[in-house]
Design a protein around this ligand. Structure first.
Ligand code: FES
Length: 351
């Protein structure tokens, strides 16, 4: 349709509207149909049905309470490292599964109980609410108050004591789920972060082959990673402990070692340093054999392994801790104790 035709149609519109309005009173598609006749629910006319609904509501709230108590019991009783098979998810943490299911039931049954209460026991009178000025007149306010009291009365809050009290019980118990989880904020680490699995006499195990290291296994120019004897990836605390105990070994010419203590703590030029960067704890894994520098890939802190692990570049604020080593009677490398200071981020110096 061209713009000329459109404007012609618009000009004719009032007449057309007039024609339509002439017929609308007969079958107006927008006519207000009014409220349908009110149909009473079974619970409105049969007190026994109302009682049944009330018991259903109370049962749902009671299930919520039981689920919350089960949540707390599961949190206390189920070990963190227990796994179960759940079809079709597979192997999952038994604790997480139990907490999720019980909390889900506790919340769902409160919601289901509230909905059932509203649908079957609270008043379902249809109300036409006319528009009115924003500021309510005193008469309206008093009417609203009156309606509120009527609504409160019709909701059965005062009369349906069983449903009301079990709702209070369920609502009071649900927050406990959050409170018991606060326990995970503790306990305080104490001195755990100051110690590692290294101890006097523990052999140095090659991290890749899990075999005890001999001095001849450490070649000049290479970076070797080690962990303490007795650790295994199957142990539940392996990741926690290896994050503190990871060790790197390099072989230097003894005459190239500038730091006297470093030389004393080495064995035939083999020096052992913590692999954990003293900036924010990334694992160090880049070695420059000409300069004996190691580089942390996270923020490029650079440490000199020929000079006591001193920081020569980057944000790290502390030298790498050195582990004192020697060769035992069988010819294996072993630690002569734990690291002399906490490994990892240097905030220890300030704390
Ligand atoms: S963690 Fe190593 S430089 Fe930042």
């Amino acid at each position: 349709m061209s713009s000329h035709e459109i404007s012609e149609a618009e000009e004719k519109l009032p007449e057309a509207r007039g024609a339509e309005s002439a017929v609308r009173p007969v079958d107006d598609p927008f006519a207000d149909p009014g409220l349908p006749p009110h149909e009473h629910r079974k619970q409105d006319i049969d007190e026994r049905a109302a009682k049944r609904s009330e018991r259903t509501v109370a049962l749902l709230f009671t299930v919520s309470m039981v689920a919350t108590i089960a949540f707390i019991a599961a949190y206390v009783a189920i070990p963190v490292d227990r796994y179960i098979y759940v079809f079709p998810i597979g192997h999952i943490s038994a604790l997480n599964f139990a907490l999720g299911v019980t909390l889900g039931i506790a919340l769902f049954t409160i919601g289901a109980g509230a909905v059932h209460w509203a649908r079957t026991l609270m008043s379902d009178e249809e109300i036409a609410d006319e528009r009115h000025p924003i500021e309510a007149s005193p008469e309206v306010k008093s009417k609203v108050l009156e309606e509120f009291h009527t609504g409160a009365k019709e909701s059965g809050f005062g009369r349906r004591k069983l449903a009301r009290n079990t709702l209070f019980g369920a609502l009071a118990l649900v927050p406990l789920s959050g409170i018991v989880l606060l326990r995970d904020l503790g306990p305080l680490p104490g001195t755990k972060l100051r110690h590692t699995k290294w101890a006097r006499g523990k052999r140095l195990m090659n991290y890749n082959t899990m075999q005890p290291l001999r001095p001849e296994d450490i070649s000049v120019g290479s970076l070797t990673f080690a962990m303490p004897e007795g650790m295994s990836e199957d142990q539940h605390d392996f990741q926690t402990e290896i994050a503190k105990a990871a060790l790197m070994l390099v072989r230097l010419q003894p005459e190239n070692i500038k730091d006297k203590r470093e030389l004393d703590w080495s064995h035939e030029g083999i020096v052992a340093f913590s692999k954990i960067c003293t900036h924010v704890g990334c694992p160090i894994n880049l070695y420059e054999q000409q300069t004996h520098h190691v580089l942390c890939p996270c923020h490029q802190s650079t440490f000199d392994l020929s000079d006591g692990g001193r920081v020569i570049f980057g944000p790290a604020g502390h030298a790498l801790p050195q582990l004192r080593i020697r060769a035992n009677d069988q010819g294996y490398l072993e630690a002569m104790g734990d690291f002399p200071e906490p490994v990892g981020p240097a905030y220890w110096e300030r704390g």
